[in-house]
Design a protein around this ligand. Structure first.
Ligand code: NG6
Ligand code: CA
Length: 512
């Protein structure tokens, strides 16, 4: 009896091993996740109207698959990144809205993350670039070792911008230390009021090389005023013009060192760019290169960074078995608080492509972002897929890819979309919740945006929020631009989707 039981177990485990797509450790791909900031669906050569030149990024599409219905989990940064790393929709957790520069670490150190699950599978991981998920504890002292942070969430190396390019502190943090920290010039940071006697954008506009338009009028660093106040750390402060170079070189160094010292292991590089977020201050070699002004220039700078990484992979014969994903944390914005003429010089370019809204918006432009996936060993070149996929799924998908199972309760919203990634499945998720103030739910051709307080227009950035005091229903197949609200004529659909959203909200949707 017992023997029969065990042999049944053995057969079942062998079967499940054969059925799942997991690869033997030696063949597991390296993973490079290029996470762009505020890149819109239509911002690329391969998706846009030709106003921007992005040959290196286009190469990813050419040599891999372009997903046309890929999403960030939210229409702003912190909640999207939270969902990406934890596999949980951010709206389930308080304190996951856009983080200040002095926010404590938002993800608890004992959580399973994308990096920690890959560590279990034998990967070495690095995060290079924007973090924006809080660091340390509420009383963090920037002059001492910083903990918890990425190193406590599964990453072996980290070189980060703590929050955003437009928020203090304007310093890089490597591992647990501010880079270039000078004990004689300690760093202090405040988001509640001025600190020290440094000039601010509000009081000293004559010191600015880039004027602020809304927000962004506190401490001046490198001639640009920021959100929040800082004092000290003068030698440690970054130079915005050099940021793409610094981050790209650091990411390349991780790959190079990995190849020379850890080549038996696969690696995971989370390359999280500052481009194309504000302040948009390109290196002089990119300034003025595009017809779109600073925003176009930093798009070209971004493309250069991607090209550098692809070159490094190539030099080490890593291209074939490296899964490269390029995507964005939310949709695009033109005027996000500095007078860099992004709106004035945009011309006919449509950063959100055919979609309505952009960053901050519940319309598709808020979360429908570029999603390019290249893995020559497994994904055919020049392919496209309309499968519905979300970054919240990367956790379960990477776990499946590497043969790891997610511990009970981890990544509750993450779905294994490996078959969709490998183009074996053309549908992807059964449903998706999008976050942008109001929640929306997608299922099949339908999208419901919940009724909310509004306002309908974010005047500062001139983007429709999609937040209205009434429910909205769109048929995305017939009307991808969300121009016709069918809620009044399709009450059955509205009821069904509202019920689905309620079920997902209380965790009783049973599609796993
Ligand atoms: C907003 C900022 C915006 C940007 C955004 C975060 C103002 C008025 N606006 O609060 O400039 O920093 O936060 O962007 O301060 S994100 O891509 O990191 O979510
Ligand atoms: Ca962003």
């Amino acid at each position: 009896m017992l023997r029969r039981f065990w042999s049944k177990c053995l057969v079942q485990s062998l079967l499940s091993l054969m059925l799942c797509d997991a690869l033997p450790a030696a063949e597991q791909p390296n993973i490079v996740l290029i996470y762009v900031d505020d890149l819109g669906y239509g911002d690329l050569g391969c998706t846009g109207g030709g106003a921007v030149s992005t040959p290196n990024i286009d190469r990813l599409a050419d040599e891999g698959c372009r997903f046309t219905d890929g999403h960030s989990a939210a229409a702003t940064c912190t909640p999207s990144r939270y969902a990406l790393l934890t596999g949980e929709y951010a709206w389930r957790r308080k304190g996951t809205g856009i983080a200040t520069g002095d926010a404590a670490s938002i993800i608890a150190a004992d959580r399973v993350t994308l990096a920690s699950i890959l560590r279990r599978a034998g990967y070495r991981s690095a995060v290079v670039g924007k973090w924006h998920l809080g660091l340390g504890t509420a009383d963090l002292d920037w002059n001492r070792p910083i903990s918890p942070g990425p190193l406590d969430l599964g990453f072996d190396e980290s070189f980060i911008i703590p929050a955003t390019g437009d928020r203090v502190p304007c310093v890089y943090v490597e591992g647990r230390q501010v880079v270039g920290l000078d004990p004689a010039d300690p760093i202090q940071v405040s988001f509640s009021g001025p600190i020290g006697a440094e000039p601010t954008g509000l009081q000293n506009p004559e010191l600015l090389k880039l004027q602020w338009e809304h927000g962004h009028n506190a401490t001046i660093v490198n001639g640009i005023s920021r959100i929040g106040f800082m004092s000290g750390g003068h030698k440690a402060r970054w130079v915005d013009e050099d940021m793409a170079d610094v981050l790209t070189a650091r990411a390349q160094k991780f790959i190079e060192q990995h190849v020379s010292s850890h080549h038996q292991q696969p690696f995971f590089l989370f390359f999280s760019t500052h481009d194309v977020h504000v302040p948009r201050v390109p290196h002089p070699r990119f300034a003025g290169r595009s017809a779109l002004g600073a925003r176009g220039d930093v798009l070209e700078q971004l493309d250069w960074s991607v090209g550098q990484l692809l070159k490094t992979l190539e030099q080490h014969q890593l291209s074939r078995n490296t899964l490269v994903i390029l995507t964005s944390d939310n949709g695009p914005v033109l005027n996000d608080g500095y007078r860099d003429e992004a709106a004035e010089r945009n011309g006919k370019h449509r950063p959100s492509g055919p979609f309505r809204g952009g960053k901050y918006s519940a319309f598709e432009g808020g979360t429908r972002v570029p999603m390019l996936v290249r893995w020559p060993a497994r994904i055919p070149p020049r392919s496209t897929s309309d499968a519905l996929i979300c970054q919240v799924d990367f956790l379960a998908t990477f776990a499946a890819l590497t043969g790891e199972s997610l511990p009970q309760g981890c990544g509750p919203d993450s779905r294994n979309l490996l078959p969709a990634l490998l183009l074996e499945d053309r549908h992807g998720r059964a449903h998706l919740v999008q976050q942008a103030g109001a929640l929306s739910v997608r299922q099949g051709r339908w999208k419901l945006i919940e009724s909310s307080k509004g306002p309908a227009l974010n005047r500062q950035v001139n983007i429709e929020t999609g937040n209205l005091g009434q429910v909205q229903l769109y048929d995305l197949t017939a009307d991808p631009g969300e121009t016709r609200n069918l809620a009044a004529t399709e009450p059955t659909q509205v009821a069904e989707l509202q019920q689905l959203l309620d079920q997902i909200r209380n965790g009783s949707d049973n599609d796993r």
